[in-house]
Design a protein around this ligand. Structure first.
Ligand SMILES: [Fe+2]
Length: 250
């Protein structure tokens, strides 16, 4: 199955050296490694295993991003930062030196709009905030919401724009989002077809048009890690090595 998805092409970097890990990205900015607080790693052991895989794949640091989605994962700064401490202890015990910080993946809803007015948000770096929205429909008055995020002093990074099927029939929206000041973050396994053909196609288009700013794993579990590991031996990596992702600047 994977030979079909990934092909067998051997990739090289601009210097002609073979590329076989994800170290060119440096920092991953989207994952679910804080144990037991969302639909990602459920136990400390899961978290440690996944972070080991990240280290093995060449990542140099991680900003992990638990969901804050009031109806499903009602996390707070406190649940996230307490969970992060627990994770740090476990990593230390296991001798894993990977630097891990925490931010959040904020789901855009009324609760998020309330947080925006009431407390400092957890940022990826500087004032940059990772946000996601419903997979079913665009939030009502989305452009006003983007404006409110900006006037509160933040720069939104829209997680996995390629996964919002309601945009697939009007791809001009992606450039409009950029023009309004949103960064766009690729879920890299989309390029391996993990989320289906149409998501893969849109991801390839956005990449070709240089509309992405960040690359993320959105890793929740070992299945995602396996896809990332297999991508190391595919031709897909070659198209990413020279792309000016901002990850390396964190
Ligand atoms: Fe996520």
């Amino acid at each position: 199955m994977f030979s079909k998805l990934f092909g067998r092409k051997k990739e090289t970097s601009v210097t002609g050296q073979p590329v076989s890990d994800w170290s060119f990205l440096g920092t991953d900015i989207h994952s679910h490694f804080v144990p037991g607080i969302d639909d990602g790693a459920q136990t400390v052991e899961d978290s440690v295993n996944l972070i080991r895989q990240m280290q093995d794949m060449g990542y140099r640091s991680i900003v992990t991003t638990p969901h804050i989605k009031y109806d499903h994962f009602p996390n707070t700064r406190n649940t996230i930062l307490t969970g992060l401490q627990q994770l740090h202890h476990a990593l230390e015990e296991q001798g894993i030196t990977m630097p891990v910080k925490a931010a959040a993946e904020y789901y855009i809803d009324d609760h998020f709009m309330h947080l925006l007015d009431s407390e400092p948000l957890l940022t990826i770096t500087g004032n940059e905030v990772l946000v996601e929205m419903s997979f079913m429909f665009e939030p009502v008055r989305f452009s006003e919401i983007i404006f409110k995020i900006q006037t509160a002093g933040y720069k939104p990074i829209l997680a996995h724009p390629e996964r919002y099927a309601f945009y697939h029939s009007r791809p001009e929206v992606y450039r409009e989002l950029k023009d309004r000041g949103c960064y766009l973050q690729l879920n890299v396994i989309a390029l391996a077809g993990y989320y289906g053909k149409s998501v893969k196609h849109i991801a390839e288009q956005l990449l070709k048009e240089r509309l992405y700013d960040y690359c993320g794993t959105d890793m929740h579990h070992l299945k995602h890690a396996e896809v990332m590991q297999r991508m190391r031996h595919s031709g897909i990596m070659q198209s990413l090595v020279t792309y000016p992702f901002l990850n390396a600047s964190i």
